[in-house]
Design a protein around this ligand. Structure first.
Ligand SMILES: Cc1cc2nc3c(=O)[nH]c(=O)nc-3n(C[C@H](O)[C@H](O)[C@H](O)COP(=O)(O)O)c2cc1C
Length: 485
């Protein structure tokens, strides 16, 4: 018996997901059976494998379907499954869904987070799905890419029919209805997109902003969440940092703006008197500089750290104000702190990774600015090491700073009030606080250096806080500077 409405011969086997080596990766096998992945001048050991597994691993160049090795108990299949896992952990794989001919890619999944693994949650006929408001399609070279700042992977859409089926999901659609439509993209792809939060299941809601995720997610504007994930490390695989990508095609922009043609008013003759020029603050400004090497024989002390934090970040007082929304608004709590902050929101929190501080154990801490106290966080030793390594890499030094201060934002504190400008305000606040940290370090005879990148995914793992709730937006290395050689 055939189900009514289904035409004979239309039902085809679902396309299998295949694991494939990322285009810049090659596998090299040694005579002793060990395999290494080679990419960008690096080589990563993947362990020893049998001759049969090494032979089958060649299939990873074009793609090995999961169903051929994932649930098999054959030795060589188990070995391939292990090899695939190891490659995936290092971000060296992509995954393809092939077209009906089995020859062309229909969709290619490009992992963006370190531990991405394709999952296909079940979708029942009675369930309704819709596109996330954070999802978008864009052109990249000659490709069409489906992405979302919430997704652990980007989806390269190689078949325009798939793009059109996805576009139709702008409005909630029931699975049973979708399955009957001509361009149905298949449950497997839809499952992968649900797993990546590019689609979501509509429960009781209408699929709009309030039905997707928790309150903290509701408060994010689309462009702000995209900016956050794409201007930090951890949730994207794009090249990042000082890479000079256009140095060979565009000349370096000038250090100083070419002057305007108008007649200048010379300020030198009217500038400050000697007394003003020698004020303590002017002296401090002229002494400030970045310090990247620290004196680990004489590390910063706990007492110095306490003074530093008190004068830069401590909550000084509390106050409340009634929000005037037609006389009906809630009471909103505020604090005062040593530095200015947009809307008096004071959304920035300080987290301290301590490598070398006299009187304080190595570890990860939150600075409780209200109680002026440090609260330990049970981050793993390996994660802490990676955290320090990120700072060493950013400062191009061989040792960690004595204290690595991470400035994290409680995003909802700002976005509850501000539309469109929330994330921009947070970054401006980071600039203000960073200057404060520089000046205080200088005043205390300590050294410091701002750091421009941090890994938001690693921070989420260390704190257990979701990346969209609270996350790093700045960093500052602090310690007693090494004496010049
Ligand atoms: C927002 C910001 C990000 C920075 N990021 C880095 C960084 O990642 N690595 C680094 O070594 N220095 C970093 N710096 C420090 C600058 O390189 C430094 O301020 C600049 O070279 C001027 O030198 P000075 O601070 O000694 O006057 C950063 C500074 C700022 C303000």
């Amino acid at each position: 018996m055939r189900a009514s409405g289904k035409k004979r011969g239309r039902k085809i086997a679902p396309p299998a997901i295949a694991a494939r080596l990322n285009a810049r990766v090659t596998l090299e096998a040694q005579a002793d059976g060990s395999i290494a992945a080679c990419f960008d001048g690096y080589s990563a050991g993947l362990g020893k494998f049998s001759a049969e597994a090494i032979d089958r691993a060649q299939g990873l160049r074009t793609g090995l379907p999961f169903d051929r090795f994932a649930s098999s108990s054959r030795n060589a299949d188990e070995e391939i499954a292990l090899l695939v896992r190891r490659l995936a952990q290092r971000g060296l794989l992509e995954y393809r869904l092939e077209d009906r001919s089995g020859e062309k890619d229909r969709v290619v999944i490009e992992p963006q987070v370190a531990d991405y693994w394709p999952q296909t949650p079940e979708l029942g006929s009675a369930e309704t799905i819709v596109l996330s408001r954070f999802a978008y399609l864009r052109r990249r070279g000659n490709d069409m890419i489906l992405e979302s700042p919430r997704a652990g992977a980007s989806f390269k859409i190689c078949d325009s029919k798939v793009a059109s089926a996805i576009a139709a999901l702008a409005a909630p659609q029931k699975i049973s209805r979708l399955r009957r439509q001509a361009g149905f993209p298949g449950l497997e792809l839809l499952g992968l997109l649900v797993d990546s939060k590019i689609l979501f299941k509509v429960g009781g809601g209408d699929g709009r902003r309030a039905s997707e995720g928790d309150e903290n997610l509701v408060l994010w504007d689309f462009h702000d969440l995209l900016f956050h994930t794409h201007s930090t490390e951890g949730r994207q695989a794009n090249p990042l940092g000082g890479l000079y990508p256009y140095a060979d095609v565009i000349a370096p922009p000038p250090a100083v703006r070419p002057h305007l043609p108008g007649k200048k008013i010379d300020l030198d003759p009217v500038s400050a008197t000697t007394a003003e020029a020698n004020s303590p603050y002017v002296k401090l400004i002229s002494e400030r500089h970045s310090t990247r090497d620290f004196d680990d024989q004489q590390p910063i002390t706990l007492a110095e750290l306490a003074h530093f934090l008190k004068r830069t970040a401590r909550v000084q007082s509390h106050w409340t104000s009634k929000l005037d929304l037609d006389g009906n608004g809630p009471d909103v709590a505020f604090t005062t702190r040593p530095y200015p902050g947009a809307g008096s929101a004071y959304e920035l929190e300080l987290y301290l990774a301590v490598a070398n501080c006299e009187g304080l154990e190595r570890g990860f801490y939150h600075y409780d600015a209200d109680r002026h106290a440090l609260v330990p966080i049970a981050a793993g030793a390996q994660e802490l090491e990676l955290w320090f390594q990120g700072a060493e890499y950013a400062m191009d030094v061989a040792a960690p700073p004595q204290i690595l201060i991470t400035i994290a934002a409680r995003f909802n504190r700002i976005s509850w009030k501000y539309s469109s400008i929330a994330y921009a305000l947070i970054l401006k606040d980071v600039g203000v606080l960073t200057e404060m940290l520089y000046m205080m370090a200088t005043d205390m005879g300590l050294g410091g250096c701002a750091i421009g990148t941090s890994n938001i995914d690693l921070f989420a793992k260390m704190t257990g806080i979701d990346f969209h709730i609270e996350g790093p937006v700045g960093q500052f290395a602090l310690g007693r500077g090494a004496k010049p050689a």
